[in-house]
Design a protein. Structure first.
Length: 647
């Protein structure tokens, strides 16, 4: 009686576990993906197996319960084998689905992999006539045949194959998914071995039911992959899924939809509406692709993954999306016009790594890319960005960085100082200018090292005494806002300068107007501390930002550098002249020294002399030049001045 009563209890427990899992799956609405459908199919098989176990337990314990007990036992055994034979193959397809491996298998490979399943399934289906898998003695007593062992061998084949797929995709599966799948593998292996050793211990289905409960909690439950506010997959899910596709050479296309006026929309509807963009366009996007092909790596960026479409179809889809965005969107009481740029790329054709995918997502779009759809060669800036990012760290070991100097002058033509400017000469890329590589360095954390490199070179130059001997009052060194905000920034600056033993008055730090606008209070404290140490401070590129003028001039600056655009604008229009004149007058009234950049003609000098600025800088005097050339340049000026004095 032990085997049947024990089997009955285990079967009831298995049925209840599977039933709860199935109900929970439908309540959560996770039924639309292929992996969801396979999971539900597996639960259905386990429920059928549980019911057959209940029948076996009831009629096996009471063979005289009815005249149909023999038929019930044989029918339940038949249903068990026909369905259970499909369990391990389905689990293999389930693992393949969540790892994207199933999408790379062609029909030939899929046929070969499926062959053991079809063979064993035919054995189970035809058993009533062949008795290859099992038989009954006296119509009641169950007996194993050689076919059952063939089914176990096929199951082991799919079990191992699933484990191999899991191993190949290990790095692209989240931690809790790994734990759940390993738990399932171990638990099922133990259950199968126990029942294989002792057929009366009917624990295999229970082990599988409990194992799939773990899979439900960790794999089917996608809370860690979902942006709750947006309702789509998050950045981590995109990274894992694209990585898995690349690992298995799964071809797809991605459409990156960037909302260009995100900040403006937020201000329009109120910053409390944090998911406003998703609320506006989510229903539309779900008409373009299924919801599980939509990712939100940033609140203003949506990524659509497109499978099994030709390049022409994908491009047409991108054009249709941009056309939809040409018309306003209704949101509550607002009619909102969204400005978008759509980028289209093939994987692994154009984009070959997850890093490149996120370059595409995170990189600012170059100003010369004014098209609504960027595709093909339009995306070369991503490749360029990656090349520069790779070049930045090796620049230190390969001596790719070099400090150039551009002189500054008094109005009377006397040498005043110089500005230190970083340049990069990479062996693979060639010359790279700071306006291209500095923003990338700020994002990957190397800007501090670059800024320190410039300061070290300037200190070494000043220690030589050459600048001072040739009449240089100070050298301007640019600071990034990230460098200013890092802990112990002032201490680090002091340590570098004091190590070289130079006077701090020879260094004039520059910050840009737009940088200053980001945090007046913190920058004022930094400037105050550095000026107490004896350094000088300038505002660079004044006239290009939209800062609070009063706040800027409360920062105790020594020099304000007017951007060249104001000077050049004064040449071309009366309004430009008014702006330049009034800007200079205002700065003068605030008791600040004035340096004007972009001086390129004698007419510029005459104009600025009339307006009464203090210093000049521009190509009229010299472009930025390497240190050796700069030394020759200022030495020649000194000799020329000495000859003039001797006369």
């Amino acid at each position: 009686m032990f085997d049947y009563s024990f089997g009955l209890g285990v079967a009831v427990a298995s049925l209840l576990i599977c039933l709860v899992n199935l109900i929970y799956t439908f309540i959560q609405g996770r039924t639309d993906k292929l992996q969801n459908k396979i999971f539900i199919s597996i639960l259905a098989i386990l429920m059928i197996n549980s019911v057959t176990g209940i029948i076996t337990g009831v009629y096996g314990a009471n063979p005289d319960l009815s005249e149909h007990s023999a038929f019930a036992l044989q029918a339940s055994r038949y249903a068990y084998f026909v369905t259970h034979t499909a369990l391990c193959p389905l689990f293999f397809y389930y693992v393949s689905s969540i790892s994207f491996m199933s999408t790379r298998l062609n029909s030939v490979k899929m046929g070969l992999i499926s062959a053991p399943f079809f063979v064993t399934e035919i054995l189970a289906i035809t058993n009533p006539s062949t008795h290859f898998v099992w038989s009954f003695i006296d119509d009641i007593t169950f007996k194993r045949e050689w076919g059952e062992f063939a089914i176990y061998i096929a199951a082991l084949f799919y079990y191992v194959l699933a484990f191999v797929v899991l191993g190949r995709t290990w790095n692209f599966i989240s931690g809790k998914r790994k734990t759940a799948l390993i738990f399932f593998f171990v638990l099922v292996a133990v259950g199968v071995l126990i029942q294989l050793i002792d057929k009366n211990m009917k624990v295999e289905v229970l082990a599988e039911a409990v194992g799939f409960t773990g899979v439900l909690m960790a794999v089917e439950n996608e809370d860690d992959r979902t942006d709750f506010g947006m309702g789509f997959y998050n950045r981590a899910a995109l990274n894992l899924d694209i990585g898995s596709c690349l690992k298995h050479n799964r071809k797809l296309s991605i459409l990156v939809i960037r909302i260009n006026n995100f900040d403006l929309v937020n201000r329009l509807v109120g910053n409390g509406e944090i998911n406003v963009i998703s609320d506006i366009i989510s229903d539309y996007l779900k008409t373009v692709v299924r919801r599980y092909y939509i990712y939100v790596p940033e609140k203003q960026i949506f990524v659509l993954t497109i499978y099994n479409k030709t390049p022409e179809q994908v491009e047409k889809l991108a054009e249709d999306i941009t056309k939809r965005f040409e018309t306003p969107w209704d949101y509550k009481d607002f009619s909102i016009q969204l400005s978008v740029t759509v980028m289209v790329a093939d994987i692994p054709g154009q984009v070959k790594t997850t890093s490149e995918v996120f370059y595409m997502i995170d990189s600012p779009i170059p100003s010369d890319k004014d098209k609504a759809v960027l595709i093909g060669d339009d995306l070369n800036f991503i490749i360029r960005r990656k090349m520069i990012e790779d070049a930045l760290p090796r620049g230190f070991s390969e001596n790719s960085y070099e400090v150039y100097y551009q002189p500054t002058f008094y109005l009377n033509g006397k040498l005043h100082g110089a500005e230190a400017l970083i340049r990069m000469h990479d062996k693979e890329i060639g010359n790279i200018y700071p306006d291209e590589f500095i923003p990338i360095a700020e994002q990957n954390g190397l800007v501090d090292d670059i800024d320190d490199f410039v300061l070290e070179n300037v200190c070494e130059f000043l220690k030589s005494g050459i600048p001072q001997e040739n009449g240089i009052d100070n050298i301007n060194v640019n600071l990034s806002v990230l460098q200013c905000m890092r802990p112990h920034f002032v201490d680090n600056i002091n340590e570098i300068v004091e190590r070289y033993g130079i006077e701090k008055k020879f260094i004039n730090f520059e910050i840009t107007e737009t940088i200053a606008a980001s945090d007046y209070g913190a920058l004022s404290k930094v400037i105050h501390r550095l000026k107490e140490e004896g350094f000088m401070f300038s505002m660079d590129d004044y006239g290009t930002g939209y800062s609070n003028v009063s706040a800027i001039f409360s920062m105790n600056l020594d020099v304000v550098k007017i951007d060249k655009s104001l000077l050049w604008g004064a040449e071309t229009s009366e309004l430009g002249m008014i702006i330049l004149e009034n800007t200079i007058r205002m700065i003068r009234q605030m008791k600040k020294k004035i340096l004007v950049e972009g001086v390129e003609t004698r007419a510029h000098i005459e104009l600025l002399t009339r307006l009464g600025v203090d210093y000049l800088q521009g190509f009229y005097f010299s472009k930025p030049i390497p240190k050796d050339h700069f030394v020759k340049y200022i030495s020649a000026i000194r000799k020329k001045n000495m000859k003039s004095q001797n006369k």
